[in-house]
Design a protein around this ligand. Structure first.
Ligand code: FES
Ligand SMILES: [Fe+2]
Length: 436
């Protein structure tokens, strides 16, 4: 794509986004190469790999991945595509195995991706096959950040912590809440939505505006009280963002057995860190650029990844997540709340999915594509987080309805599409820093 065409996709500081961003194949191809093959992507939680030989399957962009734990305890990410004819060598979602035997002609790979078995090696290949170089393709960079497994194809990419940037201090408020870390409920929910993946990521990065309308039914069936105008959206930079009502998403809802527990933890954290904790813990809705999102509420917590499947389809992977040290009955409550509200059968999830598929469908037409989408809410009313919440907190913030985070998300997306490498982005950022 021409540079001018990419510049045209996101304009006015992120307040206008071309609909081509959601339906155009050229944009999509560039996105696979310059966003998904370059950014840190969430694969799953290390509680899904308890024993040596445990594995699960995931995606990085459209590339299928096997994530394994070797005998040495080391976690690897391997391209789930045979070096012979491309067949998916691992067909299950998860399990325990020392090797993966390709179902097509039987090449076998061990849990580190090494090619260890070839039928007819002598009578077919005359023992001449270059086995050493025909292992499964390895994802070169992988990190376990406080139990979260992230991977990146690009050797030039920043470290995961640099990539998080200002988001790190906020994410840590979710990951370090109590000793013992987090755990994923066994099993991953997977379903497809006929919609562009960015509609989901942009909803989770900063869209409280849809909640009273799209999820109005939650109010009408008594699941929660009416929404107030008090809350925040925080844009810590690098395309990430989170926000919600002050005091936690669903602050006004009926309590569950988890609610007093999380409030107690929050009071403890506030003593250590300052009063701002009472406003922003639990963290509400969030997206870590590009396609990891989470909800951290007073009733439950979920992680999810929006995997692209072409411009107009996504496959969602979703987990219910809790603190490992919780008593079993509270874990049970979190699981039930998650299933009732989110996950494929959740009332909120179905309402969101309908919006994202219809936004995509009604954007595809030639005429519709000529008109930009509008992300202008709250533009010009951002303030430094430390000015509002103190404590040297990083980033900029707006009120609960502000679209500040979506603007940050699309500007970062455009920056990646434009740049030919991470080094270009580093130079750009250095130049900007020097200007200040
Ligand atoms: S495609 Fe895997 S062995 Fe042939
Ligand atoms: Fe929603």
């Amino acid at each position: 794509m021409e540079l001018a065409a990419i510049e045209d996709l996101v304009r006015e500081g992120g307040a206008r986004v071309s609909r081509r961003a959601f339906v155009d194949n050229d944009v999509y191809e560039l996105e696979l190469a310059r966003v998904f093959a370059r950014c840190w992507l969430y694969l799953g939680h290390d509680s899904q790999l308890r024993e040596p030989g445990d594995y699960f399957t995931a995606y990085m962009g459209e590339d299928p991945i096997i994530v394994t734990r070797g005998d040495d305890g080391v976690i690897s990410a391997l391209l789930n595509s045979c070096q012979h004819r491309g067949m998916r060598v691992c067909r299950s979602d998860s399990g325990n195995s020392r090797y993966f035997r390709c179902p097509y002609h039987g090449w076998s790979y061990n849990e580190n991706g090494k090619l260890v078995g070839i039928p007819r090696l002598k009578t077919g290949y005359f023992d001449e096959l270059d086995r050493e170089n025909l292992g499964l393709v390895r994802v070169p960079r992988i990190t376990n950040y406080k139990g979260m497994i992230w991977a990146n194809w690009d050797p030039e990419a920043p470290t995961f912590e640099e990539y998080l940037g200002g988001m790190k201090v906020y994410l840590d408020l979710m990951l370090d809440r109590i000793p013992g870390g987090l755990e994923a409920v066994e099993g991953v929910h997977k379903w497809t939505i006929d919609g562009n993946w960015k509609f989901a990521a942009d909803n989770f990065v900063g869209d409280m505006y849809h909640v009273p309308v799209t999820h109005g039914s939650a109010h009408s069936i008594g699941l929660r009280q009416a929404w107030s105008d008090l809350g925040y959206q925080i844009n810590p930079g690098n395309g990430h963002g989170f926000g919600g009502e002050y005091g936690g998403l669903s602050a006004a809802e009926n309590e569950t057995s988890y609610t007093p527990y999380i409030k107690q933890i929050r009071a403890h954290l506030a003593e250590q860190n300052g009063d701002y904790i009472n406003k922003i813990v639990p963290l509400g809705h969030m997206t870590i650029f590009p396609n990891f999102s989470a909800l951290d509420t007073l009733r439950f917590r979920t992680f999810r990844v929006w995997n692209p499947v072409g411009p107009e389809k996504m496959q969602v992977h979703a987990w219910a997540i809790f603190d490992k040290a919780l008593p079993d009955e509270i874990k049970q409550s979190i699981r039930q709340q998650y299933i009732f509200t989110f996950g494929p059968s959740g009332v909120f999830e179905q309402e969101d999915g309908e919006n994202w598929s219809q936004s995509t469908r009604s954007t595809r037409g030639w005429i519709a594509r000529q008109y930009d989408l509008n992300y202008s809410m709250g533009a010009g009313h951002e303030e430094p987080v430390e000015k509002v919440l103190g404590s040297n907190l990083p980033g900029q913030m707006g009120g609960i309805w502000s679209e500040i985070n979506q603007r940050g998300f699309y500007l970062r997306w455009q920056q990646l599409l434009k740049a030919d490498s991470w080094n270009t982005i580093r130079e750009e950022e250095k130049a900007l820093g020097a200007d200040k």
